[in-house]
Every structure is written in C-alpha cells, then in structure tokens.
Design a protein around this ligand. Structure first.
Ligand SMILES: Cc1cc2nc3c(=O)[nH]c(=O)nc-3n(C[C@H](O)[C@H](O)[C@H](O)COP(=O)(O)OP(=O)(O)OC[C@H]3O[C@@H](n4cnc5c(N)ncnc54)[C@H](O)[C@@H]3O)c2cc1C
Length: 385
C-alpha cells in the first residue's frame, strides 16, 4: 500500500505482526462480505461476536486468567486498525473490548471479573456502556438515571440514548445516580445482565447519517432490579472518578481508528486517481490532484507520529488526559478533513454509497462528537495550560 508501506509504528513488534495478520484475515473473511447486509439490518450478526471471540480478538488486552489475550493496548490498537482498514464501521468492538472489559478488569471485584470477563472474551456476552441520556451528554454530572437501594437490589429508573451495541448487549454498564449528592459524587456504575431482566427495554434503533450497520439504540429502565452485588467494585459513588480515569483510553482508541481510516482514504484515492481519466489523462497527472494527495498524505503521516507517541505512552501507563484529548480532537478533525478532500477527487462517484470513500465520509462525522465532543476536548486541554 502506498502510504503505509514505508512506515512502521515504533510500537509494533513481531508478535503484533502476527496479531495483525490474524485480525486482517478475520475482518476480510468475516466482515467484508457481510457489511452491506449488516447496513440493511442495522446490526452485525450475533454470531459474529462469537466468531471474533473464537479468533481470540475480543478482550485481547485482558489478563489471561480472566479469559483474555493477556496483551497490551498495542494489541487493541492493531485490532482496531485492521477493523478500520476493512472498512467495518458496524462492529462495536471498541466499546466491548476497549471500554466495557477494561472497566470490569480495573474496578471489578475478583468475583465480578471471574463472572463477566471470560464470557466477554468469548463473545458469549456482548458489552455496552450507557452514560448518555436524552437530557445529558457532555455534562455527565447532571445524569438523572436513578438507582435506589431496596434490600439486596438497586431499583433503577431512567433512560439512556445513543447506546452502541444496543441490540445485542447482554451486559450493560449503566452510569446511575445512587446517592443524594449533586454532581459526580452520587454516581455509581451498575452492571445490568439484561437476559430476562424485568424492567429493561430496548428502544428503537436510531437512524444515523453514517455507520448504518452499527446498532445504536435507546435503553429504558423501569423499576429494573439490579442485584447489589452488581455494583462495579462494590463501593458507591465511584463512577465519576472511574469514568475520568478510563476516558483517555476511549479517546485514544478513537484517534487510532481515525488515523487508519484517513490513511485508507488516501490509499484508495491515490489508486482511483491513477486509474480515472479526464481530458485524456489520469487524474493523478493534474497538479491539483497531486498537491491535494501530497498534502493529505503528509497530514496523515504527521498525525500518525503523534498518535503513535500516545500509543507508546499508554502502553507504558503514562498517557495523560491532556494528550489523550489532543489526540482525540486533532485526529478526528484531520480524519474528516482528509476524507472530505479525498472524496472530492472521486467527483460524483465520491457521493455514491457504493464507494467506500462515501461511507467513510458519513461515518467519520460522529468521531468529532462521541467519546467527548471535540469542544469538550479543547476545554480539557485548555484547563491544563
Ligand atoms: C453514533 C453514536 C454512538 C454513541 N455511542 C454511545 C455509547 O455507546 N454510550 C454512551 O453513553 N454514549 C454514546 N454516544 C453519545 C455521545 O457520547 C454523546 O452524543 C456526546 O457525549 C455528546 O453529548 P450530547 O449528544 O448530549 O451533546 P451535548 O452535550 O448536548 O452537546 C451539544 C453541543 O454543545 C457543545 N458543548 C457542550 N458542553 C460544552 C462545553 N462545556 N463547552 C463547549 N461546548 C460544549 C458540544 O460540544 C456540542 O457541540 C454515542 C453517540 C453517537 C452519535
């Protein structure tokens, strides 16, 4: 491939090369042929989760004693890159593997880890995280979903929206107000096992401008009883701190996907520009096309250097909130810019959904919104200055 053949991320190792081959083979074989059907049905097949688990791709950074792959964040990054390279915007892998499983691994009691992690690793359970509510997204401290302790269970009432993996999720981490305190202090993470759970209801699948194969849904809770033993970590009022600790990883994985998707857009556009003719010449011979692609290739390379630096820092356990926020906003901003410029090179074909560049354009937009909006990222960075 044009753009990436001359560059190797400094955090790559021979073992990670093998993981990359495994992931690439999996996504090419199991995802690519199904993407159109998934887009029509608005979710991946449930068995796809089990297949990913059987291939060893789920929870690859979770310790082996809990059924995971025993790897590092670099393993997760490789899988994420290969998912992006396969053009798979339907599979909620990153929510499951790089958000839900790490919350349990980091904060769960031994019993909770033993109970949930091995089943997340095989794909027997699909994970989701439910923070956002109709009335509160960026402002997590004003979340209202409540959990009142009644005997041996929390009685949960409220609703969440925009929840990735909303169709298949059987294990949902719900940010819930369990205390009277205002702001973040009263929030706890309750883990709902949704199979046969009274009071748990999945709302409609939301119609999005991109990522049609990803099941983004509303969730409703009505006097839903979650056993007290499902309070993550066993201590109330910890959610806000837990979220603040884990959000940098979520932001970095978004940046990792952004870089790979932008690289792919440049690779696809170079190939197209060398093939498509106008005025008797290849598009690639027009100076504008050459300059646009030279600029995009450079922007993406510079971006990759920074994101690679963040990946290395995170593997060492040294990624701070400032750099994670910088990576998230900058990578997603560049992803959108680069894909937009590449799409232009395709002319009218760039607007047609049968072309990957059109789907990448629609999918990219949300990257500036979820995982903390880019405006919130800049606020967080500014606070550190
Ligand atoms: C496809 C998709 C998948 C998602 N998946 C999940 C999921 O799995 N789980 C989950 O919990 N959530 C999920 N989300 C929700 C997502 O995280 C939120 O949409 C996001 O946090 C923004 O919240 P909001 O939509 O309520 O916007 P708001 O918070 O209402 O923000 C509206 C606008 O105001 C700006 N703004 C808000 N506060 C500030 C401020 N302090 N300074 C400057 N500007 C500000 C924002 O940047 C934005 O431009 C998903 C969203 C989408 C679209």
């Amino acid at each position: 491939m044009q753009l990436t053949s001359t560059y190797r991320s400094p955090w790559m190792t021979e073992e990670l090369d093998d993981v990359r081959t495994l992931a690439r083979t999996f996504f090419q074989k199991e995802s690519v042929p199904n993407q159109e059907r998934w887009a029509e049905q608005h979710h991946v097949d449930r068995e796809y989760w089990n297949a990913a688990g059987a291939a060893g791709l789920l929870c690859i950074a979770i310790p082996e004693e809990y059924g995971g792959g025993g790897g590092t964040f670099a393993h997760e990054a490789v899988v994420m890159e290969e998912q992006s390279a396969a053009g798979d915007d339907a599979f909620g892998y990153s929510v499951h593997s790089t958000i839900v499983a790490p919350y349990i691994a980091r904060y769960g009691t031994k019993e909770q880890k033993q109970r949930w992690l091995p089943r997340l690793a095989t794909g027997e359970l699909v994970g989701a995280i439910a923070m956002t509510e109709p009335g509160a997204g960026s402002d997590l401290q004003s979340l209202r979903t409540s959990g009142r302790l009644d005997g041996d269970a929390y009685v949960v009432n409220g609703s969440k929206t925009f929840i990735t993996n909303g169709t298949h999720a059987e294990l949902v981490i719900i940010v819930t107000r369990t205390g009277e305190e205002e702001g973040g202090k009263g929030l706890s993470l309750l883990v709902a096992e949704t199979d046969g759970l009274d009071g748990f209801e999945r709302g409609r699948v939301l119609k999005k401008i991109g990522m049609p194969g990803q099941d983004t849904r509303e969730l409703f809770f009505s006097d839903m009883r979650i056993p007290r033993e499902n309070l993550l970590g066993g201590v109330e009022g910890q959610a806000f701190t837990q979220l603040m600790e884990q959000l940098p990883q979520e932001r970095l994985i978004i940046a990792v996907g952004a870089v790979r998707t932008a690289e792919l857009a440049v690779e696809q556009t170079v190939a197209y520009a060398k093939e498509r003719q106008a005025f008797g010449r290849e598009l690639m011979t027009f100076q504008n096309t050459r300059f646009v692609l030279a600029e995009c290739a450079t922007e993406v390379r510079v971006l990759r250097a920074f994101v690679d630096q963040c990946v290395e820092a995170h593997v060492r356990g040294e990624l701070d909130a400032q750099n994670a926020s910088m990576a998230k906003w900058y990578a997603t901003e560049k992803q959108c810019e680069v894909i937009d410029r590449c799409l232009q090179v395709f002319g009218g074909y760039g607007y047609m959904l049968e072309y990957p560049i059109a789907r990448a354009y629609a999918a990219a937009r949300v990257q500036k919104i979820y995982g903390g909006t880019n405006e919130v990222m800049k606020e967080l960075i500014a606070r550190t200055l």
